[in-house]
Write a protein that binds this ligand. Structure first.
Ligand SMILES: NC(=O)c1ccc[n+]([C@@H]2O[C@H](COP(=O)([O-])OP(=O)(O)OC[C@H]3O[C@@H](n4cnc5c(N)ncnc54)[C@H](OP(=O)(O)O)[C@@H]3O)[C@@H](O)[C@H]2O)c1
Length: 289
């Protein structure tokens, strides 16, 4: 059996089309959706992520306000900037690019963002709503994965799912979203015992380790017909790769995401969707019911 590739680029394009249409509608109502980005320091990878996000916004008609600040920027200065953006009615979404330089505290920085402008879905308020099944602004990578299941008609109800990751960004929010869809979810991490046995028992495996030397998902670790979602990003022989040996996995899985071209484009598309949702919230259009 050869499984079907889950094409994140195609699904992301369909999300972007809908976002573009929503942006036009909002503009007719006098709302110009706007994302403020904050980048602190000179890490080239972070700089290129922010530039890509701004380019994505421009493609769908979302305005961006760029804030690039020096490496030694203080917590007090960052807090003041966030307060300013929280109170700026022309700004609908605030994105602070992580990781931050070591003098800055990620948790208190994220917590300072107004929950209605929290397009990464990482403020404690939105995390709480997510755990209660009531979130409007959800973290981009997990909600992008849920969008892939929807697009390909992969039903989660009653399925055994293994998520190999327990971060606030990926594993924990995805756990809640999949549980909400009636999956039976097991969250694994570096201390999990018998990981291979757990994977072999799963209908769906989501892997997000990002270090091939520590962990590689191979075909002998999944059951025939399983669905594999690969979030990890690492380098193999200088090339971008995921956690999974895609060529081996796709011969046994029913569906699998490649890296690149799987989860990555979805994460980017969901940021656009969250920004438009945040702009809609400012007009009282979005609800969590
Ligand atoms: N494509 C995308 O859009 C996208 C978005 C977000 C993240 N990512 C990628 O996803 C990966 C994870 O990101 P993250 O921010 O969640 O990183 P992270 O916080 O470092 O999470 C890595 C997870 O892998 C677990 N782990 C490490 N070694 C393991 C092992 N040998 N066996 C089982 N589990 C192991 C860790 O367990 P412990 O908790 O015990 O340490 C942790 O839960 C990275 O490669 C990142 O670049 C991609």
């Amino acid at each position: 059996m050869t499984g079907q590739k889950i094409d994140g680029i195609t699904v992301a394009n369909s999300v972007k089309e809908l976002v573009r249409a929503s942006v036009s509608e909002l503009k007719k109502d006098g709302v110009e959706p706007c994302l403020a980005t904050i980048l602190i320091g000179d890490d080239p990878a972070s700089a290129s992520y922010v530039t890509s996000k701004q380019k994505d916004c421009a493609e769908v008609g979302i305005i961006t306000k760029d804030h690039r600040l020096p490496q030694e920027f203080s917590q007090m200065e960052l807090d003041s900037l966030i307060d300013l953006l929280n109170n700026d009615k022309t700004v609908h979404g605030i994105l602070v690019q992580l990781p931050l330089p070591k003098q800055l505290d990620e948790f208190s920085t994220t917590t300072r963002i107004s929950p209605i402008k929290d397009v990464d879905g990482l403020t404690p308020y939105n995390v709480g709503l997510l755990a209660s099944g009531r979130a409007i602004l959800k973290p981009c990578t997990p909600s992008g994965i849920m969008e892939l299941f929807d697009y390909y008609g992969i039903d989660l109800s009653g399925k055994n799912v293994v998520i190999i990751n327990r971060s606030n960004l990926v594993g924990k929010p995805l756990y809640h979203l999949m549980l909400e869809k009636n999956a039976t979810v097991t969250t694994c991490h570096s201390k999990t015992k018998n990981l291979k046995d757990l994977c072999l028992g799963a209908d769906i495996v989501v892997t997000a380790v990002g270090n091939r030397a520590k962990f590689t998902l191979t075909a002998d670790m999944i059951r025939e017909g399983a669905v594999v979602i690969d979030v990890g990003t690492s380098r193999v022989n200088g090339k971008l790769a995921g956690d999974a040996d895609y060529d081996g996995i796709i011969k046994k899985a029913s569906y699998a995401t490649p890296v690149p071209g799987g989860v990555g484009p979805m994460t980017r598309a969901m940021l656009l969707r969250n920004t438009v949702t945040a702009a809609s919230i400012s007009k009282g259009f979005a609800t969590n019911r």
